[in-house]
Design a protein around this ligand. Structure first.
Ligand code: SF4
Length: 466
């Protein structure tokens, strides 16, 4: 790794940058605009959030809070857990443990800096971790393996379906950092009784692990508060997503990104509820006035990203969609699969519910939430089996009136690259023009954003969409 990269901790740098960005918007509009000329390097990323108004600024402040929790955790006597995006952080919040979620931390570095997190990705490889693994973990992981972050106390994961590279990233971290480790597991089915029982037992064992390594006993009242808050949050998300069915879609293009990002950072915490409340106000107002969330006010097409989005410098994907009048109507990451979400009609089996009657029902609920996290839910078995990737993508594309479907992932994702062409063929047969992006969501060295954008232009033009 380049020597200059060793000068500052990764989490500390992110914290200071996001803190400064959050303060930008504390001045008047004129002051904020004037400040932009002094931050040419960060300007585009800052503008993505500031142009979103109150929800965007509120989002920046929430991310700052998340990072502040990490860098001050040990001073406050709290333990830090390294974990993954497909693990709901609510159990950690209920036990006062601070999560470091590798993938969301990689997104932050990839979007903020031109160099992205590539130095850290390569550092993992220097240590012997495979180069063909998913870049979403490697970006942040490399920093922590290099000692460029707060010390990790324990590692808890929940592999993204059949994702070997996610599982290996955390197993590698465990060996290298020599920390206590727990991995939730998954059977190949999602809705049968043995699978449900397996998730319950596994989650109870996880709680015993957390209690023994943190010296904290799970407080049922605190868990209840977190789950009640989760239910409130998902009710707001349900309203926002229901309004997303309107044509034109009243959601600004970035809103789905903020919905799932907020959930990964702060599920079950009031910070996320406040953010969603601000977003719902904007969406309701747009819907009542028949207004599109696109800046120009004209929705030309609606794209469903049936895997993940693209997070490299300046969050250029969303800017590109907005400039072309294309509504982003969600991705595999955005939907939670709670039982009262309107899109669950016809997929009731795959839903989770929240029951806070007693400790057993709460543990069951949280185990079910985790088993419905993105990819854990729908990449756990063959793509064309019931409740899996194909069925889910087609159902969501239909409900949200997609004009086209787009795949973006990472080259390390064998779980999707092994079958995405078959799936794309099936989606085309179902009538959806389908585009496969060849870039890496977190690493622009694989394909530059300019090339990715050129291929998107080509797809939309050749398929007669624009
Ligand atoms: S994108 Fe693919 S490789 Fe990366 S965590 Fe998800 S399933 Fe695993």
């Amino acid at each position: 790794m380049r020597p200059e990269i060793y000068q500052y901790n990764y989490d500390w740098m992110l914290w200071r940058a996001i803190q400064a960005a959050g303060k930008l918007a504390d001045g008047s509009e004129k002051e904020t605009r004037k400040m932009m000329s002094y931050i040419p390097y960060f300007r585009k990323t800052a503008e993505v959030f500031i142009n979103m108004g109150k929800p965007g600024i509120s989002y920046l402040k929430r991310i700052e809070q998340y990072l502040d929790n990490i860098v001050t955790a040990h001073e406050k006597g709290k333990k830090i857990v390294m974990t993954t995006f497909c693990f709901s952080p609510s159990i950690f919040y209920a036990m006062d443990i601070v999560p470091v979620t590798l993938e969301v931390m990689t997104v932050l570095g990839s979007a903020l800096w031109k160099r992205g997190t590539t130095d850290y990705m390569d550092y993992c490889v220097e240590l012997g971790f495979t180069e063909t693994s998913c870049s979403s973990q490697r970006g942040c992981l490399g920093a922590y393996l290099a000692g460029l972050g707060e010390e990790i106390d324990l590692i808890v994961t929940n592999t993204a379906g059949v994702c070997d590279t996610n599982a290996n990233a955390f197993a590698f971290a465990q060996k290298y950092l020599d920390k206590p480790f727990y991995s939730l597991n998954y059977p190949s089915g999602l809705t049968d009784n043995p699978a449900n029982q397996y998730h319950r037992d596994d989650f109870r064992e996880l709680i015993r692990f957390l209690e023994s390594h943190t010296g904290t006993t799970l407080d049922p009242d605190r868990l209840r508060a977190v789950l009640d808050e989760t239910a409130r949050q998902e009710a707001i998300v349900a309203e926002i997503e229901e309004l997303q069915r309107l044509v034109p879609n009243p959601l600004p293009v970035t809103y789905n990104f903020v919905i799932y990002g907020g959930r990964f950072f702060f599920a079950g915490m009031p910070e996320y509820t406040e953010l969603l409340t601000d977003m719902a106000e904007v969406v309701r107002d747009n819907a009542q006035n028949g207004r599109s969330g696109i800046t120009s006010g004209i929705e030309k097409k609606r794209a469903f990203f049936f895997y993940i989005d693209h997070y490299t410098l300046n969050l250029s994907l969303w800017d590109w969609l907005d400039r072309h009048g294309i509504s982003h109507i969600g991705s595999i990451l955005s939907r939670s699969f709670k039982d009262d979400q309107p899109y669950m009609k016809g997929m009731e089996d795959a839903a989770y519910s929240i029951d806070t009657t007693d400790l057993d029902t709460m543990i069951d609920s949280i185990a079910m939430i985790n088993s419905r996290m993105p990819m854990v839910r729908s990449i756990r078995g063959p793509y064309d089996r019931p409740n899996m990737w194909k069925e889910e993508s087609l159902a969501l594309a239909r409900i949200y009136k997609a004009d086209c479907l787009i795949y973006n992932g990472t080259p390390g994702c064998r779980n999707t690259w092994s079958n995405v062409k078959l799936l794309a063929g099936d989606l085309e047969k179902a009538g959806y023009p389908t585009h496969i992006m060849y870039g890496d969501a977190f690493d622009e060295r694989v394909e530059s954003w300019e090339s990715t954008a050129a291929r998107l232009e080509e797809f939309f033009t050749i398929r007669g969409l624009l």
